[in-house]
Design a binder for this molecule. Structure first.
Ligand code: SAM
Length: 281
């Protein structure tokens, strides 16, 4: 054993070397192929990790900076991690910076098992709302949409076709913790359309050529799926043709279209208007 890499303090492992194999595995989570191989992803921030565990997510490794040792919230989290069979790593700030690829890294991060909701288990009822995203490319857009879906009380996000990874570091950061609160499902277009038919949910597609103003439909008559198009190409015919209605958000000015995440937010707040409290929070 060399240096302090393999010294154990209780069940807490202290690591200062970037060549430590556990640290190498965590750093590899920056790449999708390793996230998939490990069926894992990384989330940064003490509050976020606490929330994730409260919501029942499986933590594999808790990593924290040495200077955080003794903080009551962290000690509690470390005990919980160990009790659930996870590993606790105390690392130098240099190691944390290398893992997160940031100069001022968060002092705590968690490695969690990925969680996907199988399409067959998505069963819309009542006035449930789901967001379906056609080939979303931008991690910031996806993270922002997951966060917004959480905020309005949507039940889940369905990723159609080849999309950016909801468990990438950028997407998880943009969700600000909502990745742990919103169920995420993936499907190809054919499977999505077959599922939607069987589900009985109404499908509203957003489209620049939509004939209906997004404020017109009544959204509280059963489950609703709000479908958004790809950032560059919008919805393909196959998906647009399957919609009950194509809705449009009016625009004036020079912009051709709204940003995908902004358009999703505008439409979601209208769709969920009947369910959201008014007159203060
Ligand atoms: N060039 C694409 C097109 O022609 O559809 C623009 C795509 S836009 C940046 C990405 C997605 O945001 C669209 O597919 C649609 O779902 C939504 N969107 C953006 N602006 C919209 C608007 N004014 N009305 C309805 N949907 C809109």
């Amino acid at each position: 054993m060399s240096g302090d890499d393999n010294r154990r303090v209780g069940q807490v492992k202290e690591v200062t070397s970037l060549s430590n194999p556990i640290v190498k595995d965590i750093r590899a989570l920056a790449m999708k192929k390793f996230r998939d191989a490990q069926d894992a992803f990384m989330a940064e921030g003490l509050k976020l990790v606490i929330d994730a565990m409260d919501l029942g997510w499986t933590i594999r490794t808790l990593v924290f900076a040495k200077n955080q040792r003794g903080t009551p919230a962290l000690e509690k989290l470390a005990a919980k991690t160990k009790a659930s069979g996870g590993l606790v790593l105390e690392v130098s700030e240099k190691v944390l910076g290398a893992i997160t690829r940031k100069d001022n890294p968060q002092m705590v991060l968690g490695v969690f098992k990925q969680r996907w909701m199988p399409l067959k288990d998505v069963r819309p009822t009542g006035n449930d709302v789901y967001v379906a995203l056609d080939r979303v490319r931008d991690p910031g857009n996806l993270g922002t949409i997951i966060r917004t879906a959480d905020a309005v009380g949507a039940k889940g996000v369905i990723l159609i076709g080849d999309t950016t990874d909801p468990f990438s570091v950028e997407t998880v950061r943009a969700t600000m913790g909502s990745i742990f609160a919103v169920r995420v499902t993936k499907a190809n277009a054919e499977a999505f359309l077959a599922w939607r038919k069987a589900s009985g949910a109404r499908l509203f597609g957003t489209h620049l050529k939509g004939s209906v103003d997004y404020r017109q439909p009544k959204y509280d008559g059963g489950p609703v799926i709000l479908m958004m198009g790809n950032e560059q190409q919008g919805l393909p015919e196959q998906l647009a043709d399957a919609c009950d209605q194509l809705i449009r958000i009016p625009q004036t000015g020079r912009a051709d279209s709204l940003n995908l995440a902004v358009a999703t937010g505008v439409a979601l707040y209208e769709i969920r208007r009947h369910a959201l409290p008014s007159g203060g929070i």
